[in-house]
Ligand binder design. Structure first.
Ligand SMILES: C=C(O[C@H]1C=CC=C(C(=O)O)[C@@H]1O)C(=O)O
Length: 406
């Protein structure tokens, strides 16, 4: 439940510096913090948790208006190495309203000490971002990735799976003087329609991304939304997305994701959903096919639809495959690295408004380490996949978040 209390807040700092010092407050005391900018929004928001232990929840979040307010950060596959997180909102700061801060009852009780800690931070305090305790994942070479694609195509041809999404990690050195918050700003400026985020938590590390894919949303209008996003091609200079022509392979790949979502509705015996598309959408310099699904929660007797759908959807066939378990088994056996939080999901729940949840698939993201970034990208395979083309597609997708490493 969003029972946050609004307090006037006028530290002698510019708004961006207030945000920076709140991040410093979290990191210097070993606490988790999340920053995000919603698609189309002009300002970033911040959630800081004082209750570190409470953040390791082990379950997907509940999306009802009465559920706790916070920020979800969920891995591709729940494991001891990659625990699901839900950062309880103890301090909430919105750059659109820099003269106020919202606090939970826990934070309200500790306000004098928090104020003191905040004031004691040096100007431009250093930001000791959390680093994952896991080793850096293996990065596949082009021949290795193409061999993985070939194995995937063979699994599809033999009927083991219908579709599988293979992926890889890439290690890139950080440019000298790399500043995470400046990179966060740059991602916001480059990708106004993406969900842009930085999440940093003990045991999890620091993740930065700009994703185009909604996993599950419950809007202020009382509508549940999700989408089937798949199929990829470059946005060519001088062309509009609506001019894109799609091959049969991409059309089928995306149709499978749409069918997966319809199957989730069917499992809940819900028929009253609206389906729009597919149509072509741009995500930075790439184009995708997208079908939107919407359910008006005020018109159906499904009080927990958001929560139920979230639990059925993740991981969707846009990041796993179909049938789901067979595709996940294929990935675990053949992919050769730990996806960790890549292709998991993230986003605010009841924060700041009760009854509004916005969860996105963690794509076009990177994990930060002290001197390098680990970037991630995947491609949906069908029986017609060409290994060299799939490699090129990962290269294209890597450019989205890779743009901040130049
Ligand atoms: C798995 C990724 O993208 C998914 C979302 C859109 C298009 C996709 C595709 O064309 O393969 C993927 O399913 C990724 O960006 O790493």
């Amino acid at each position: 439940m969003s029972s946050l209390q609004r307090l006037p807040w006028h530290p002698d700092l510019a708004p961006a510096a207030r945000q920076r010092q709140l991040v410093a407050l979290a990191l210097s005391s070993g606490r988790p913090v999340a920053l995000w900018r919603l698609p189309g929004a002009s300002h970033a928001r911040l959630c800081l948790s004082l209750r570190v232990e409470a953040a390791y929840v082990g379950l997907p979040p509940a999306l009802e208006a009465t559920s706790p307010a916070g920020f979800a950060f969920f891995p591709f596959q729940d494991s001891d190495q990659n625990p699901p997180l839900f950062l309880p909102a103890d301090l909430f700061f919105d750059l659109a309203w820099p003269d106020e801060i919202q606090v939970s009852a826990t934070a309200a009780a500790r306000l004098p000490a928090l104020r003191q800690q905040f004031m004691a931070l040096p100007v431009e305090a250093s930001l000791p971002w959390h680093v994952s305790p896991q080793p850096a994942p293996a990065a596949a070479s082009q021949p290795e990735y193409e061999a993985l694609v070939q194995t995937g195509v063979a699994a599809i041809a033999s009927g083991q799976v219908q579709k599988v999404v293979s992926s890889r990690a890439v290690r890139r050195e950080l440019p000298a003087g790399f500043d995470v918050l400046a990179a966060f700003e740059e991602l916001q400026a480059r990708y106004p329609n993406a969900f842009v985020s930085v999440v940093s938590a003990p045991g999890v590390g620091t993740w930065l991304g700009a994703t185009p894919e909604v996993l599950a949303e419950v809007g202020a209008d009382g509508v549940f939304r999700t989408m089937a996003l798949a199929g990829t091609q470059p946005l060519l200079p001088g062309h509009r997305p609506s001019e894109a022509i799609w091959r049969q392979k991409e059309i089928e790949e995306q149709a499978l994701v749409a069918r997966y979502i319809v199957n989730c509705f069917k499992q809940l015996r819900l028929r009253e959903y609206q389906e729009t598309g597919p149509r072509t959408v741009a995500a930075g310099e790439v184009l995708h096919l997208r079908t939107d699904f919407a359910v008006d929660l005020r018109k159906v007797p499904f009080a927990t639809l958001g929560t139920d759908m979230l639990r059925l959807l993740h991981p969707t066939s846009a990041v796993g495959g179909m049938p789901r378990q067979a595709a996940l088994d294929f990935i675990a056996r053949h992919e050769g690295y730990d996806r960790a939080y890549y292709s998991g999901f993230l986003g605010p729940v009841n924060l700041p408004d009760a009854g509004v949840a916005r969860l996105y698939v963690n794509l076009r993201c990177l994990q930060l380490r002290p001197t390098e970034a680990i970037l991630y990208a995947g491609t949906g395979l069908t029986v017609d996949s060409d290994p060299a083309r799939e490699w090129q597609e990962t290269e294209l997708k890597l450019r989205t978040v890779g743009a901040i490493l130049k």
